[in-house]
Design a protein around this ligand. Structure first.
Ligand SMILES: Cc1cc2nc3c(=O)[nH]c(=O)nc-3n(C[C@H](O)[C@H](O)[C@H](O)COP(=O)(O)OP(=O)(O)OC[C@H]3O[C@@H](n4cnc5c(N)ncnc54)[C@H](O)[C@@H]3O)c2cc1C
Length: 357
């Protein structure tokens, strides 16, 4: 078994397969695990509110959340069940919030509550007067690097071999196996899993699978200094927003981040700071916090989402798990909630491995 990519998804797959005594190689082009999309995100453990019921995103997010909390407890990965408030500021947003709750309940998201403005004021007075809110008690945050490292370590303890600085440059399917050519030599594997994140479409093209294009969609973050916020605070998502709307995320070190926004970019590898959105971030932060709250924003950095939906396309794009040819399974479009879903995606990959052995 060869896994292309040692992000949180590739490492979760390796940890799962190795725990069931499957020999696997993880081939990673960078110097260590978790330096791709995994290294630049919000670190939020999601509850699966936003995706159509029965979609792969909804089901792997909900299952993945459960598995992730259990993994963190078992392996000593830092995390916190902060809970999350999604707040409406107008009647129109309240209606959208009600639709979101109905969708989330239909998807099987757990323990969500519609709470009163008075309750919000008691829980998080910094938000000022809200129109309505949903409380998601199981949402939380996780140390993403610690998680990815623990998955890699567990995989290696069970015999997986993680080879870094090994860029996969070609895949050659044969009758009984697939030869994986890398910058450090070649290896034959009975099955190959493509978990290459932003480059998963490039890897798919190595076996002439041309059906998917990954569109890089950038999200920037700012530090927010001033208020003490212990919970995740989200706005109602605008229907045309490719992200979830700029939100407030406390981190495990007690700092508060605001972001990410969402804009399509041309390159998958340009992480240079962009300071042109400060005014938009200030406006979005002001809408989340009450009018009395003093804050200042300081640029932090960005991440890039691997989207299967382009800037001119509308509608929902699900995670794709596609076998092509039979021995190669491609994971495409693993944007948010891919971190939350990683352990559940690993379960699905293991099912596929079992069926194709
Ligand atoms: C701004 C932003 C915020 C997000 N927030 C959240 C969140 O709060 N909660 C959540 O659940 N999810 C979130 N996500 C999504 C989450 O980060 C991703 O779904 C997840 O990290 C994807 O992991 P991965 O292993 O698929 O990809 P990656 O981490 O990118 O791993 C792929 C690996 O493949 C390697 N690779 C690529 N090509 C090759 C090759 N040819 N040969 C060898 N190796 C190769 C890369 O170097 C990389 O290490 C967010 C994403 C972004 C961008």
């Amino acid at each position: 078994m060869a896994i292309v990519g040692a992000g949180v998804v590739g490492c979760a797959i390796a940890a799962r397969l190795a725990s069931h005594r499957r020999r696997c190689f993880v081939l990673e082009r960078e110097t260590h695990e978790g330096t791709g999309v995994t290294s630049r995100n919000s670190g939020v453990i999601h509850s699966g509110l936003y995706y159509p019921p029965a979609s792969v995103k909804a089901s792997t997010c909900i299952r993945g959340q459960e598995l992730l909390y259990a993994w963190c407890l078992q392996h000593g990965v830092a995390h916190r069940r902060t809970g999350k408030l999604i707040i409406a500021r107008s009647q129109a947003e309240e209606a959208a919030l009600a639709e979101l709750l109905a969708n989330a309940n239909q998807s099987g998201a757990r323990d969500l509550e519609w709470i009163s403005p008075a309750m919000v004021a008691r829980m998080q007075p910094e938000l000022g007067q809200v129109q309505a809110a949903i409380w998601s008690p199981n949402s939380g945050i996780v140390d993403v690097h610690g998680l990815t490292r623990s998955l890699r370590t567990r995989a290696e303890q069970n015999g997986a071999v993680v080879v870094c600085q090994a860029q996969v440059v070609g895949l050659e399917p044969r009758q009984d196996d697939v030869v994986v050519h890398t910058s450090r030599g070649s290896v034959a594997a009975a099955q190959v899993i493509n978990a290459a994140g932003l480059q998963a479409d490039d890897v798919a093209r190595m076996v002439n699978l041309h059906d998917y294009t990954i569109y890089p969609c950038r999200g920037d973050y700012y530090w927010c200094r001033g208020p003490t916020i212990e919970r995740l605070i989200y706005p109602v998502r605008a229907s045309n927003d490719p992200g979830l709307g700029i939100h407030l995320t406390p981190d495990l070190g007690g700092q508060l981040r605001v972001g990410p926004d969402a804009r399509y970019v041309d390159r998958k590898d340009d992480f240079r700071p962009m300071h042109d959105r400060q005014a938009a971030f200030e406006q979005a932060t002001r809408r989340l916090l009450g009018p009395q709250v003093q804050f200042s924003l300081h640029y932090e950095g960005c991440g890039i989402r691997p989207k299967l939906r382009g800037p001119q396309q509308s509608g929902f794009a699900d995670f794709v798990l596609r076998a092509f040819p039979d021995r190669v399974l491609h994971l495409l479009g693993i944007e948010s909630p891919g971190l939350t879903a990683a352990l559940a995606l690993a379960e699905r990959v293991e099912d596929w491995v079992r069926k194709t052995e």
